[in-house]
Design a protein around this ligand. Structure first.
Ligand code: ACO
Length: 370
């Protein structure tokens, strides 16, 4: 038995949700380039869960359910107020989602209908939790969700306490579409491993949030923004990046296990970043990002991934960097839920082997002789 480090190249599940073939990402057979410019996030969530694009009535019903489930229990809000004020938002989200299960009477109901309902509940409630966490951290009261708004609009509304402008809603909605699913990425795999023991969907999503938090996965978008802030200005980019490369440090937002010739989602976020910069009349973040890309791609051949330009996009939407990875979770919970439902449909416990490389032939030595 020989281990493959990081399971590179290992096909660990069959799935009909999303695929990456020759650098092209599709959700249920639809090219992400097509969905990014044409579909709403709610349509994409429906597509991931139910395998087809919704018709008008089906979409309306989903939107109604999402609005109905969006409020979170008051006692959960009170609990969140007791979290230490400087807590990492992903750590707080992980705790809050785990606690959410305690308030759901059907948390352990394993029927398909109950699991579909819980998928919609989680999708509806994650944005409410994250907006509430953000407001609590700023010493403000959480704003209750408003029925009839899209997930993108409602999230910005709950965050700011006022209706967002159309351009921000559209940009966030497109970012949510782009992050919704990505085959067997680390957090989705974590979700599938957890529910393959026939544990519940809340446990699966809690595991996934823990995996997404790390800087080698979803946490990279926050790390990119921290790097841009540290660099400070366009004229500092070259020396800063060169030093990192000389030190063999990782440049966050670059590289990918599967895409070696570029991440198909990055170009949409780059375009969005440029458009938002032009609209605001400040191209600093965009120009810095482009220069970083020129240097890193030029010297290392590494291309930007989905996290690189999303950092400047979210910042230009007025969102603080602590919320970048949680926003990724708002989108990716659609994919996690789709994979969890798929895992339950054709389940077998996921239990691989390890290549043992430790000591052998050890003999027990009594405590007093050690
Ligand atoms: N900066 C500098 N060097 C890098 C980077 C980077 N961002 N990414 C990879 N490399 C180097 C590796 O150190 C390795 O060098 P070596 O051969 O001298 O050891 C070489 O490139 C090949 O690396 P891979 O084997 O392709 O990397 P792996 O598949 O193990 O990891 C990962 C992929 C985690 C995404 C990696 O590229 C990375 O750490 N990137 C930065 C973090 C990041 O942006 N993560 C988000 C990924 S997208 C997502 O999860 C949403």
């Amino acid at each position: 038995m020989t281990a493959t480090k990081g399971l590179e190249g290992i096909v660990a599940a069959s799935s009909s949700i999303s695929s990456i073939v020759d650098g092209v990402l599709t959700y249920r057979g639809y090219d992400i380039d097509d969905l990014a410019v044409n579909a709403s996030f709610e349509e994409v969530a429906y597509l991931l869960w139910f395998g087809k694009l919704p018709n008008a009535a089906e979409l309306q019903e989903l939107e109604r359910d999402l609005s109905e489930y969006a409020p979170i229990p008051d006692s959960l809000i009170e609990q969140m107020k007791l979290y230490p004020p400087d807590t990492n938002t992903m750590a707080a989200l992980r705790s809050a989602v785990s606690a959410l299960a305690l308030y759901d009477e059907e948390a352990d109901d394993m029927s398909r209908e109950a699991n579909e309902r819980k998928a919609i509940k989680l999708q509806a409630q994650l944005p409410t939790i994250i907006a509430a966490l953000a407001r609590i951290r700023q010493g403000e009261e959480p704003v209750a969700p408003q029925a009839g708004l899209s997930i993108a609009e409602n999230f910005l509304y709950m965050l700011r306490g006022e209706k967002p402008e159309e351009t921000s809603v559209k940009a966030l909605d497109q970012a949510l579409v782009l992050h919704a699913d990505h085959e067997l990425n680390a957090s989705t795999f974590a979700a599938r491993v957890t529910v393959a023991t026939l544990s519940d969907i809340y446990s699966g999503v809690t595991s996934a949030i823990g995996a997404l938090k790390g800087p080698l996965h979803g946490g990279a978008n926050e790390a990119v923004m921290k790097m841009l802030k540290e660099i400070g200005s366009l004229d500092q980019v070259d020396s800063f990046i060169q030093q990192k490369l000389d030190n063999k440090d990782k440049i966050m937002g670059f590289g990918h296990r599967v895409y070696k010739n570029g991440d198909p989602r990055a170009k949409h976020l780059q375009k969005m970043s440029s458009e938002l910069g032009e609209m605001k009349g400040d191209m600093t973040l965009y120009d810095m990002s482009v220069r970083i890309e020129e240097i890193v791609t030029g010297q290392k051949g590494l291309k930007p991934n989905v996290d690189f330009y999303s950092a400047s996009v979210y910042t230009q939407l007025g969102i603080e960097h602590e919320l970048f990875t949680p926003i990724f979770a708002i989108s990716r919970v659609s994919g996690w839920a789709a994979h969890i439902l798929e895992q339950y449909e054709n389940n077998r416990i996921i239990r691989p082997r390890a290549e043992y490389v430790g000591l052998t032939d050890q003999k027990y030595v009594p405590l007093e002789q050690r």
